[in-house]
Design a binder for this molecule. Structure first.
Ligand code: C2E
Ligand code: MG
Ligand code: MG
Ligand code: MG
Length: 289
């Protein structure tokens, strides 16, 4: 029975598992007393258009620099923050800080921000985010919110309502990590999406499973375009991967091949080096459809 299974799991406790639980408890404990406004900061990873070669925008990625724990990666605290309710505070800080940074960039440069399933499921959280967008002093069309399929599948109706609220403000929506979970082609046309981001695991698998993985990427690219979305491949690390992604028909890419996530102070230089100097805006918005 389930009960016996649960007990069995406890019996086979490994030292690593125990250590992990210990660190989870510790992270939660530190999170409770953290000065998040001070300790949370963001890095930005460029997104490129392979058709024009241009930078179209940056994805904001949260970083927690704890005076107690040191740098904690989002993989280690986002889940805990979701379970303990801190994610709503974190999301609000992330949206505020990211918008403040993007205000300094050319209008042509977009900003993507990740939202958690917990945000999407909470009316209060969404109202808070809507308020920040409206007060934010940047064109809402520059903003893309990234959500995962897990977030959508928790409660489709509620997710759709939240996303429609964001698109009504003029923001865009990207479906993140597409293909990593229980992807269903059946629901995506019923969401107000602008972009599909293929999961990094596809790019990882290209190495060993080149032909089938290429075919899947190609199918996702075609599906995206035929539904009116654009398609971005995440996790492109090599020139060869970029060439494959390009020939699969995927137009947008993000990954270490172009750049690792960088600090906000390095964004201006990055744009300068890619032909989009801040303050001399002679180009059309790259985020416009
Ligand atoms: P994600 O939204 O899918 O972000 C992409 C992750 O892949 C980032 O990790 C990024 O640094 C990493 N990455 C990008 N290109 C490459 C590459 O070429 N190779 C490799 N190996 N990795 C690459 P990061 O920053 O550690 O974030 C991990 C996840 O944490 C994110 O996945 C997202 O789900 C979550 N996350 C990050 N920031 C936020 C946030 O502000 N709010 C929420 N709710 N979640 C966030
Ligand atoms: Mg993302
Ligand atoms: Mg992703
Ligand atoms: Mg990912």
């Amino acid at each position: 029975s389930a009960k016996e299974n649960a007990r069995g799991d406890v019996v086979v406790f490994s030292p690593e598992h125990e250590a992990q639980l210990g660190s989870h408890g510790r992270i939660e404990q530190v999170l409770r007393t953290a000065d998040l406004h001070r300790e949370i900061h963001l890095q930005y990873q460029p997104q490129h258009d392979l058709l024009t070669g241009r930078v179209t925008g940056f994805e904001a990625l949260v970083r927690w620099e704890s005076p107690v724990l040191g740098r904690v990666s989002p993989a280690d605290f986002v889940g805990i923050a979701e379970r303990t309710g801190y994610i709503q505070v974190i999301s609000s800080i992330v949206v505020q800080k990211a918008m403040a940074a993007a205000r300094e960039w050319p209008d042509a440069i977009g900003l993507s921000v990740n939202l958690s399933a917990v945000d999407i499921m909470s009316e209060r959280s969404m109202a808070g985010i809507a308020h920040l967008v409206m007060e934010g002093d940047i064109e809402p069309g520059r903003l893309t919110f990234e959500i995962t399929e897990t977030a959508v599948m928790t409660d489709f109706g509620r997710a759709r309502k939240s996303l429609e609220m964001l698109t009504a403000l003029g923001c865009k929506i990207a479906l993140d990590d597409f293909g990593s979970g229980y992807s269903s082609f059946a629901y995506i046309h019923r969401l107000p999406l602008h972009r599909i981001k293929t999961d990094r695991s596809f790019i990882t698998r290209l190495h060993e499973d080149t032909e089938p993985t290429y075919k899947i990427l190609r199918a996702v690219a075609e599906l995206s375009v035929s539904l009116g979305f654009d398609c971005l491949a995440e996790g492109v690390e090599t020139e060869q991967q970029m060439a494959i992604v390009r020939s699969a028909g995927i137009r947008f890419v993000q990954g270490f091949y172009f750049s690792r996530p960088i600090g906000s102070e390095a964004v201006e230089d990055y744009l300068e080096r890619h032909g989009m100097p801040v303050g001399r805006e002679i180009y059309a918005p790259a985020w416009a459809p």
